[in-house]
Design a binder for this molecule. Structure first.
Ligand code: NAP
Length: 367
């Protein structure tokens, strides 16, 4: 293809305090759309064509209002393109590491074309393996690494990756049908040998899928009786490790089910991301009286171990311990009008926060 001279970008218009407005052209629209000239490349820069976009709840934190709360990255400036983990194809390069035709994984933009710096790139995809590109944002992507390092590093369960297996280990995971949660279920059950794995998810259908991945039981939190159901299922037993993806009421309840010296892996709190008044943890005392450890983490804390992590995940896939079928869902941008196509991106992303979220990793196909 000839070198593009313009790019379409979805930019930040109104940093939201509560729910995102994914529609365009309204006074409180979260995003705007613009066409932009593509400048000449400078040394170390690369022109990419965006192929796949990763949809991640953490992007909600990237568009928070300035000064609203501490976070692990600075907020995106108003008028700048929305950032996203993504896979791009190199069209032109002034980098000594990446060349035309390479497929690269990194932190890029909601845009058709973009100029990126080498520092934004995580790795080059080995195209000789012939694997679907979607695998690199799902089974071998950031959310699977989050599941792995959350359990093994933050959760202290690394010792069970080898021959030693636990005699009695109950793991509970929330958002269990999601990209991270579904891999937590499989790693806990099939790699670490947890004796019991329990999931919490948002529908009976999702729960069936979670159980098909290896969970002993999954509970639908939209059922008003789910807490009693979990208590009845556990009987006298308790949870040793809670992998917390949601925060809020579910986590408050989970704290009351923790065993003495149990561990809470604080991965995320999606139930609070769109709220200006996040619910408080009313059962904080459970941490003290049960000598619990609460270990927060950001997957990039383990960046130096990513290659090792991908190796563990790919071995697990080869051995059938992590399933690739239904591990991801792809939404493609539809239509011939390029602007209208890019207006679909925020709507796809907001599925993460509503009932329409498909199982596994949600990916947007741009080209
Ligand atoms: P995901 O699970 O694929 O999608 C989000 C899920 O959240 C949906 O499947 C939905 O499940 C659930 N959800 C949405 N609103 C909810 C609510 N109000 N109450 C309960 N559940 C709700 O997304 P993901 O990328 O794997 O992220 C999952 C969590 O991990 C997020 O909190 C995210 O921030 C966190 N995370 C953290 C790191 C890190 O480095 N610490 C890295 C990646 C992800 P249902 O359909 O079952 O409601």
């Amino acid at each position: 293809m000839s070198t593009p001279t313009k790019s379409i970008q979805v930019t930040l218009k109104n940093p939201p305090t509560e729910f995102i407005n994914p529609n365009f052209g309204e006074s409180n629209s979260t995003f705007a759309i613009k066409e932009q000239e593509i400048p000449d490349l400078k040394d170390g820069e690369i022109l990419i064509k965006t192929r796949l976009i990763s949809n991640d709840p953490t992007q909600r934190g990237w568009i928070r209002r300035k000064g609203s709360k501490r976070y692990y990255v600075d907020p995106i400036e108003i008028g700048n393109p929305m950032e996203s983990l993504a896979i791009g194809e190199v069209l032109e390069s002034k980098s000594t590491t990446y060349k035309k035709g390479d497929l690269i994984n990194g932190k890029f933009y909601w845009a058709d074309f973009a100029i990126v710096n080498e520092s934004q790139i995580f790795n080059k995809i080995d195209q000789s393996l012939g694997l679907p590109l979607e695998y690199y944002l799902s089974v071998f992507g950031m959310t699977s690494l989050t599941a792995l390092f959350g359990l093994t590093e933050a959760g202290g369960l690394k010792k069970y990756l080898g021959d030693e297996k636990p005699k009695d280990l109950t793991v509970l995971v929330s958002a269990a049908s999601g990209a991270t949660g579904s891999v937590v279920v499989q790693i806990a059950k099939h790699l670490l040998g947890a004796t019991k794995v329990l999931g919490i998810s948002g529908s009976d259908e999702k729960c069936k899928w979670v159980e098909s991945l290896g969970a002993d039981k999954c509970f639908n939190y939209k059922d008003s009786n789910y807490q009693n159901q979990i208590s009845e299922y556990l009987g006298d037993s308790l949870v040793n490790v809670y992998f917390d993806n949601v925060g809020g009421e579910i986590s408050n309840f989970a704290l009351t089910k923790m065993a003495k010296f149990g561990t809470v892996i604080s991965c995320g709190s999606i139930s609070t991301y769109n709220s200006s008044t996040p619910p408080s943890i009313t059962n904080w005392g459970e941490i003290t009286v049960n000598s619990l450890s609460v270990n927060g983490f950001i997957v990039f804390d383990y960046f130096a171990k990513f290659q090792e992590g991908v190796q563990i995940l790919s071995n697990a896939v080869k051995e059938g311990k992590i399933k690739v079928t239904n591990a991801y869902h792809v939404d493609s941008l539809e239509g011939n009008d390029e602007i209208a196509k890019f207006e679909q991106i925020p709507k796809i992303w907001t599925q993460l926060f509503n009932d329409n979220k498909p199982n596994g990793k949600l990916i947007t196909k741009v080209a």
